[in-house]
Design a protein around this ligand. Sequence first.
Ligand code: NAD
Length: 264
Amino acid sequence: MSDLMKGKRGLIMGVANDHSIAWGIAKTLADHGAELAFTYQGEAFGRRTKPLADSVGSKILVPCDVEDISSVDSVFDTLKEEWGSIDFLVHAIAFSDKSELRGKYADTTRENFTRTMMISCFSFTEIAKRAAAIMPNGGSLVTLTYGGSTKVMPNYNVMGVAKAALESSVRYLAVDYGEQNIRVNAISAGPVRTLAGSGVSDARLMFNFQKRNSPLCRTVSLDEIGGTGLYLLSDLSGGVTGEVHFVDSGYNIMSMPRLNELKV
Ligand code: NAD
């Protein structure tokens, strides 16, 4: 492919398997010359991530559960030891109790609200701080969000609230790290069939609805999200920070379903 990422090193957080959005981005970055390190959450995901990391020549694969801050610290200690510095980071991590990704947002429990916010939103702030500390030459951070942050999507519930907070964090972090030439952006992806995606009730229905009603009349591929990841993490997007960039076949611009959808 190109040498766009040649000489750049970065961390990919959130690969569970080869359907993960993080993997789509990682593969594209590797195709363009990036050197990658990966984290995995727990041994089962570790076993799936290992061959993927190997396939792109990655030498660093470390466990990380963002609920345990010592494991986050240890990831960045390893990167500092092995590489000294990094140029980019992908945060593709989210979790909420499946039993609350259905029904009413109003029924969200205090415990799951706190846990969802911690894992899906605040972890990015904690990770950004540690990443920035090893980005002496500037860098680029990307997180993943969804349109359920600003518009109500059935069953997305507390995750929508967490994504709204995550998108707001992107803007605050963009200002906090701007003077260090560290850019902070989010990709707002359309529905993708992943483990996390299937945790939301009626995921298949939402997937098909967005497929029929987006301007492009289709959903997006991992490669397409990867391409946007490449843009945001490379020097191509040098002047871009604090943005939420939609990769959703244009679904976010629609105010109503297509007419032919209404007539059936
Ligand atoms: P995925 O299941 O492949 O990835 C989710 C990742 O989050 C997994 O690797 C999992 O290990 C990790 N994770 C969860 N809790 C964690 C914890 N405590 N510590 C460390 N890691 C943890 O699903 P995905 O769809 O690729 O999700 C990646 C990101 O993309 C998420 O932020 C998700 O909200 C977002 N997103 C997904 C869609 C979609 O339709 N799938 C659309 C827009 C945005």
